[in-house]
Design a protein around this ligand. Sequence first.
Ligand code: NDP
Length: 254
Amino acid sequence: MTDKFRLDGAVALVTGGRRGLGHAFARALASAGARVAISSRSSEECSVAVEAMRADGLEISSVTGDVTSYADVEAMVKDVERLYGPVDVLVNNAGIVEHLPSLDVSPESWRSVLSVNLDGLWYCCQVVGRSMTARNHGVIINIGSISGMIVNRPQWQPAYNASKAAVHQLTRSLAAEWAGHNVRVNALALGYVHTEMSPDPTDPEEIQRWVTDVPMQRMATPGEVAPAVVFLASEASSFMTGSVIVLDGGYTLW
Ligand code: NDP
């Protein structure tokens, strides 16, 4: 039974894997037996993360690129193929957030959030999806958010919310289109996880939004949500495609 969660020999690419959630996803996939490439815009910072994970005996490498550049995405995927072979598991994790009321969002700010969270994710899906559909094999996991389903209270981030809702719908769209090619596409709609993207949960001003409003009365750690990515990447979820799994400590229940 537990063998269904193993990923021995699988090749995984995790975008934005040098820190935060991406780092935890990479660690979890490698612990399940995958050979993992993490991507970052900074090769220096990425190699620090790689060394730390290799010290724990994990098979991890890094590739460099900005997901908002189609050319970078193509080059990154070629680098992974050179290192390990074709990508079996793609985790689209790279993302940014900007907290601004709608009337203060500049065209540049809107574009920057959409270009990382949606365009970049789409480029990765398309470039890797070409090879996956040709090989009739592959799994894509898109990191969405509860912000694609509800409006966080009270946290004004219209571009982020729109980008994550689009990620969920793109997930369903690709899942339907590529099901016949044995390529599964799912998303994780995460609630609040303590990373560099999130505020300090001990700050009294942030506690109400990030802790008290959550039925479980706390934020998650990256390590505790990472096994969900292993589930989606593995045979354990072999009949699942087009799903958006909510993992939020109950935030969306209220
Ligand atoms: P972090 O800010 O800690 O990490 C974001 C990662 O994205 C970084 O590793 C960064 O890589 C990468 N990144 C940003 N812009 C680009 C770009 N243009 N090209 C390539 N990589 C880029 O965020 P989290 O770990 O918190 O978030 C990860 C994902 O989880 C995001 O998609 C986020 O929306 C989602 N999420 C997070 C939640 C949370 O509470 N933390 C809740 C719900 C969803 P580098 O700087 O190395 O290039």
